[in-house]
Design a protein around this ligand. Structure first.
Ligand SMILES: Nc1ncnc2c1ncn2[C@@H]1O[C@H](COP(=O)(O)OP(=O)(O)OP(=O)(O)O)[C@@H](O)[C@H]1O
Ligand SMILES: [Mg+2]
Length: 342
């Protein structure tokens, strides 16, 4: 049994005027933190809840922890997901999930795409602009998709993200740079089916059943993108197909692409990879989430795990087990865990 510090960043006050309406969308609610703590305690671990805020370092110094269950999305800054892991690394405290470099890298979508391209993993062609005046799309084909370069949880993504011509592109780049005060990523639109793949483990990771986003179920006229509106308004099972109905070859190709991505980015313990088919039917990686949301019954990652036969308690303890094994701390694995993940 281990002394586990569960670290998180809670959703705060609603956004103020001038701030993006979806500010803080990736942060956790108290119920998710409580569910993670409950799952760990069910396996006999001692749990300390530590908010990953400005005083976190002092709390880490004054408590003896064996390991941290890291859910911190970070408070501010372009490398925010790596702040708490950096402190943990400095203090020599092991933690679940990916390391500092991977967390900082995947928050930068353009840089992530460069690493994927180096490994020959398909990802749409792209450019990055800090203002509408910089736009130059030579070599890219419309329609183009526009999103903030350093966000997650579909922040900034609406039906206007798909731009069919230059006028719309300029408007969308203006909107996003003003609202999110960061560069925007402009990439070729992937017109095909969309999937998300959940991975758990290190040497021989488990891949949960693949989930397809069911755009056929959304109201007519709504853009076929997995927008903020989709994630908040359409969370019922009919909007998702899991396991996705897939030909064996395509299923194998999606899994292989997701796993190659996981390895190329040095992901650890868990991650979710989002893919979409291009016009030739080839799975392309849109982005990687090394800190996938863990809201029980709501977030994609625990939903995928459940379809694979993992209860929420199994999943949370499975993540911890991966991190304990990776750090040669098997003796702290809780009871009565029966699954073994390499
Ligand atoms: N190049 C693209 N072509 C078509 N659709 C896209 C493209 N890029 C993103 N999308 C759509 O926008 C959605 C959100 O994009 P993406 O996954 O990059 O953002 P995110 O905010 O990081 O998501 P998450 O909530 O998974 O963190 C995708 O699920 C997809 O529906
Ligand atoms: Mg995504």
């Amino acid at each position: 049994m281990a002394v586990v510090g569960v670290m998180y960043n809670l959703k705060g006050a609603p956004p103020e005027e001038g701030e993006p309406p979806d500010l803080g969308a990736e942060l956790d609610s108290e119920s998710t933190v409580a569910a993670v703590a409950l799952a760990l305690r069910a396996h006999g671990h001692e749990v300390l809840l530590i908010e990953g805020n400005d005083t976190a370092y002092l709390k880490l110094l004054s408590n003896r922890l064996d390991i941290v269950f890291n859910m911190c999305e970070g408070l501010r800054g372009e490398s925010r997901e790596s702040h708490i892991p950096s402190m943990l690394e400095m203090l020599g405290i092991p933690y679940t999930g990916s390391g500092v470099l991977t967390l900082a890298l995947t928050l930068d979508k353009p840089l992530t795409k460069k690493v994927l391209a180096y490994h020959g993993i398909p990802t749409p062609g792209f450019r990055v602009f800090s203002s509408a005046e910089e736009i130059d799309v030579q070599g890219l084909e419309f329609p183009l998709f526009v999103k903030p370069a350093h966000e997650g949880s579909s922040m900034g993504i609406t039906s206007s993200s798909v731009c069919k011509d230059m006028d719309r592109l300029v408007g969308e780049v203006r909107r996003l740079t003003a609202l999110y005060r960061q560069p925007v990523l402009v990439e070729e639109f992937l017109p095909g089916r969309e999937f998300t793949v959940g991975i758990l483990g290190n040497k021989n990771p488990v891949i949960f059943p693949i989930m397809e986003i069911n755009f056929d179920a959304i109201p007519e006229g709504c853009a076929r993108v997995y927008s903020r509106q989709f994630k908040t308004d359409w969370s019922d099972d009919i909007y998702y197909k899991c396991p996705a109905p897939l030909e064996p070859e395509l299923e194998a190709l999606i899994k292989d692409t997701a796993l190659k991505t996981y390895r190329a980015l040095d992901c650890r313990d868990l991650a979710r990879v989002d893919l979409r088919l291009d016009r030739r039917g080839v799975p392309n990686v849109m982005e990687v989430n090394p800190l996938p949301g863990l809201a029980p019954g709501y977030s994609d990652y625990p939903r995928l795990a459940e379809k694979g036969g993992w209860t929420y308690t199994d999943l949370i303890n499975g993540i911890l087990e991966c991190a304990l094994r990776r750090n040669n701390m098997e003796h702290l694995i809780g009871a009565p865990f029966v699954r073994q993940i390499a």
